[in-house]
Structure formats: C-alpha cells, structure tokens
Ligand binder design. Sequence first.
Ligand code: AMP
Ligand code: GLY
Length: 423
Amino acid sequence: MKVLVIGGGGREHAIVWKFAQSPRVDKIYCCPGNAGISDLAECVDLNMNDYDGLVDFVKYEWIDLTIVGPEDPLSKGIVDVFEKNDLKIVGPNRKAAQLESSKVFAKEFMKRYGIPTAEYRVFNSYLHAEEYVRMKGAPIVIKADGLAAGKGVIVAKSIDEAIDALKKIMKERVFGEAGERVVIEECLEGEEASYLIFTDGETILPLASSQDHKRVFDNDEGPNTGGMGAYSPAPVVSSDIEEKIMEKVMKPAIKGLSREGIKYKGVLYAGLMIKDGEPYVLEFNCRFGDPETQPLLTRLKSDLLEISLAIVEERLSRMTLQWRPEASVCVVAASGGYPGKYEKGRVITGLEEVKKMEDVVVFHAGTTYQDGKIVTSGGRVLGVTALGVDIKDARDRAYNAIEKIHFEGMHYRKDIARRAIER
Ligand code: AMP
Ligand code: GLY
C-alpha cells in the first residue's frame, strides 16, 4: 500500500517511522517532510493547503491512504475534500475539528455534555472582558477563540498581565480573526497530562498516557512553546484517573458529537489538568500531539496502518492496541531564541553517532539539507526519543544521546520527566 503523511515536524517523522515498519506499506510520501523523513519517505514539494492539488497527486500516484498531522488543514476541511473524492484519509472533518479550532465551540460543547472543565465566560467586547477580569482577579486564563499556533493562551499571574493579553488579542489582533472572541477562564492548579484516543466515531481505543512540557525553560519557566519534551506513560494518570477520563471525558465527547450529527474519525487528544484526583479538560486537539506522538509511537507495538484503515472503514471495535512495556522519553532540541526569533541554516552534527544507539530514535522537526549537510530550518529542530526499562532509564538514555548532537545555539530542557521520576 502507498500512504501519504501531511506535515513535516517531529510528530510526522514518528508517524512515517511507524508506517515504515508495517509489512503492508510499500511506499510512503510526505508533504512537505524534512531531512530525517526523507530517509524513509519521498518528500513532496506541494502546497499543504492546496487540497485539490493534493487530491490530484493522490489520484495520480494511486495512494491508498492519507494521514494528517497538523491542525491547520484539518480545521480548514482537508478531510471533507478528500472524502468528497472518495479518498481514504485519517482525521476529523472540518465540523469535528472545531473542537480544536474554536475554544468557544469546545467550551460550550463541554458544558452541554457535562464534561469537566474550568469555569469560563465568552466575550466579544473588549470592555466587558476587561471588566470581567477586574472583577475576577488573578490568576486568570485568557484564550483567543481561534487557532493561534499554540500561542493564543495566556495564563496571567496578575490583572495587568491579563489586560495586556486582552489588548493584544482583541484590540491589536495579533492573532487576526482568532481574536474576535476570547474565553476567560478560571486558572486550575494541578498536574497536566495528555490523553489520546483513536476513534472511528463510535468505538474508542485509548492510547497510553503521556505528558508534555510546554514551557521553554527548566522548572516550567519562560513562555509556552509547541512542547519541549514528553514521556509515556505518565504516572499521574493512574488506572483510577484513566477510568474517570474515559467515563467523564472521552465517552461523553464522542457520544455528544454523534448526537450533534458529527462523526469524529481520527485521533482525539484531551489536554488535562489532574486536580484533587479529578481530570479537567484544558483543551481538545483534533490530532496527534507533538512531541507526545514520539514517545507514544515508539512504545506502540500494533501496526499503525491497520489502525488507520480500521478508523477510516469504521471497524475499530475489532482492534486492540499492543504496547511495549518499556517507558519512552523524548527531549526536544530547539534553535537559539525559540520560541521567539531564531536563526536557520546551522549545521547539525552527531546524528550518525546517535543512529548507532539501540532503542534511540532522533525524530527530525525543523531540519533540511543544504549543500549535502543537514541544517536547522525551524524552531524545534529535533527530538531525541529513547526507550528504557522505566522512565528514569529512558530519560538517562535520551540525555546521553542528545549530548552527542550539536548545532550553534542549540538548547534543550534538562528536566524532562523529572517530575515523573520524583513521584
Ligand atoms: P491550551 O492550549 O488550552 O492547552 O493551553 C495551553 C496551556 O496553558 C496548557 O497546557 C496549560 O499549561 C495552560 N492552561 C490552559 N488553560 C488553563 C487553565 N484553565 N488553568 C491553568 N492552566 C491552563
Ligand atoms: N504538545 C501539544 C500539542 O501537540 O498541542
């Protein structure tokens, strides 16, 4: 079979890497891909947002299945276009993807189905929003309604910070239309976890638990990023919590969507805060997480192609997932300055040495070839993912490997998975 992966980050490298292990996959294409992905797939230089162009390509190459990594094409309806053309594609359609593309939609949806989440109000007037912030006080969380590349959420520690965020989002429109409305919500304290499921719109197949590290610096300091590292399993998600996530979040979500005539097919990701033994949804994402996918797919034994086909063909009820017993840890190396401005084109060394290490995989994110050398081309450059007998072992192995890699300005967190080990 031939498959096409849409995207070019670490998550997509992990998806390509996993597909490459499937005995039924003959050829993988990736649009746009990156330097690491090009070892396993043919990278195609097509516009990721020109869905008709992609449809033509898929038909011309006789590609059997497409899977979408990032949220942007999903929220703009890539799945709707492919399905209209009778092409198999893994991911929710535009309506279903609103769970991620509109925070207002997601909050109202959770309220309708009693899914636990922080208390909130929606505003489309700056003055009323400011008034509400002054009345509620800090800490308080301000969220732009639409997609803002992970930057639209501000956990404000003071009223001034909250008002500054409101001004930027609603008046200066730094996120454009995404800031037409804001959600202002109660700040929850606890431990975060990511919980992902596969679903064909009816059956729910949970993945192993995982945890991301969103802040750029150690001890969760500095601004939010796309994610600086992740590990799986997440000890905070005990079997008791897992049952609560399934009963209070995932089952009502899939049932609620179905009641509203929305068949959700693909991966549904709940970003959770675990507080006093209860899960609260901070956000839904309509896709695999990045970097959570890297530790998750290195642990997954089952064939991703079989799972993907079962999702598309709505026969997930006959599938089960098998996992490797080891733990997995991913440490992300970023360009100097990320998540702010950063330079590109820095030569990366040490990759060949790490390739020889057992159960260690370097998933590329922002990398490309320049004059025959692999150079940086993005903020998050790569993620070193290692398996180990437990989280501590996996973490030691990941850090041991990342120390062999170098590029000018490279920085990475030194405390990935520390909390899990100290528990
Ligand atoms: P989101 O994109 O909604 O997941 O928000 C990004 C990050 O902001 C989350 O991973 C949390 O760290 C933080 N966050 C979001 N909502 C809240 C909340 N209600 N209370 C505390 N932190 C939050
Ligand atoms: N790791 C967070 C995300 O994928 O949105």
